[in-house]
Design a protein around this ligand. Structure first.
Ligand SMILES: NC(=O)c1ccc[n+]([C@@H]2O[C@H](COP(=O)([O-])OP(=O)(O)OC[C@H]3O[C@@H](n4cnc5c(N)ncnc54)[C@H](OP(=O)(O)O)[C@@H]3O)[C@@H](O)[C@H]2O)c1
Length: 323
């Protein structure tokens, strides 16, 4: 099999494409012939050694894949060769094949392409966990989504609209704002040219109930200041590179709340609840309530370009590698 290998932490251009022997399929496992490997911002962090978890070297990056079952292990009755499936791999997804426990290989619904199936779990898992489980958002509330043209941002626009929220999308480019509007944002803010706090307050009639922030830095404080009484800032990530230090007086004033959202960490301790969450997301997709974006495709060999575009904030929506 061919894999993308990270042999030392550093620039994404140091990644190499290597041939490796196939991993044997054990009891209860399936081999997936990968047709699409989802790219996430976190993959770039892993490779550069900038993520809070540093995998032992060398490692194969890639947290989510889709493809077809190529082999089933002893005792597997739920899957057959040729079934379309998708799976979360943690690592190892940037490869022509992966071996996973059969119970973690979900059947891909006919309504999703392989590229969509390889890219919706992290983005929609995070957005759903944030808005349903952590924020307990209610229909009619105002939600400001920052980084709204990126992976987890665009998913939050979609989930928020499906919950009946009024969504304001904040993004740096016209392309990203247009994608957010196509996913149901009612209003947009240009996060480069506009005063985010003032504009969000104007658009929401005095302040938003919720801010979903995957960007961090100065935008996080602007979001905090845009909250109305009892509003919540949902801390999702720091794609901008700067972990914000928020003024506590702005949390105290107006009884605001700052809420951590660590979907990835929660999944590890709550596998059954996460399976239910994923089932809920799939039901909403099947009902036409959620609309995972069709990703931009790159060849597996072009992994460095794909990750560099992610780092350079050139990606609107999602990206996949096609082996
Ligand atoms: N909490 C969780 O459970 C969880 C789960 C998944 C991901 N995350 C985190 O969420 C963040 C976003 O992930 P993603 O996959 O949505 O990434 P993405 O698709 O690359 O989107 C990130 C967005 O952040 C904005 N941004 C601002 N400054 C940036 C910079 N210097 N570099 C890159 N982006 C910048 C960009 O929007 P503009 O150009 O519009 O500013 C970009 O579209 C990451 O930090 C990731 O680790 C957290």
């Amino acid at each position: 099999m061919r894999v993308v290998s990270c042999n030392s932490f550093g620039p994404v251009t140091d990644l190499t494409i290597e041939d490796r022997p196939s991993t044997p399929v054990g009891p209860g496992q399936v081999r997936i012939a990968v047709t699409a490997a989802g790219v996430n911002f976190v993959d770039a962090l892993f490779v550069q050694g900038l993520y809070q978890i540093k995998p032992p070297l060398p490692f194969v990056p890639g947290g989510e894949v889709a493809g077809t079952v190529a082999e089933v292990g002893e005792g597997v009755t739920t899957h057959a060769v040729g079934d379309r499936v998708f799976a979360s791999t943690g690592l190892g997804g940037f490869a022509t094949e992966v071996v996973v426990p059969a119970r973690r290989a979900w059947h891909t619904p006919d309504t999703l392409t392989d590229a969509q199936a390889a890219t919706f779990v992290q983005s929609y898992g995070t957005a759903w966990f944030a808005l349903h489980h952590r924020a307990r958002a209610q229909a009619g509330e105002w939600l400001l989504v920052l980084g709204a043209g990126g992976g987890v941002g665009l998913a939050a626009v979609d989930v928020g609209r499906a919950m009946g929220l009024h969504v304001i999308a904040g993004a740096s480019s016209a392309d990203k704002r247009a994608a957010a509007v196509a996913h149901g944002a009612e209003e947009v803010i240009d996060t480069i040219a506009d005063d985010v706090k003032t504009r969000a307050k104007e658009l929401s009639g005095g302040g938003v109930h919720l801010v979903y922030d995957p960007v961090g830095g100065a935008l996080a404080e602007a979001g905090l200041r845009a909250l109305r009484d009892d509003g919540q800032l949902l801390v999702i990530g720091f794609a901008g590179g700067e972990i914000p230090k928020l003024p506590a007086n702005q949390i105290l004033l107006r009884n605001r709340r700052v809420t951590g959202v660590d979907w990835g960490g929660w999944v590890g301790g709550h596998p059954a609840e996460n399976e239910q969450l994923l089932a809920d997301v799939l039901l909403a997709i099947a009902a036409g309530e959620l609309h995972p974006v069709e990703p931009t495709a790159y060849r597996l060999d072009d992994v460095a370009t794909a990750l560099q575009h992610q780092i350079d904030r050139k990606v609107t929506g999602k990206t996949v590698l096609v082996p």
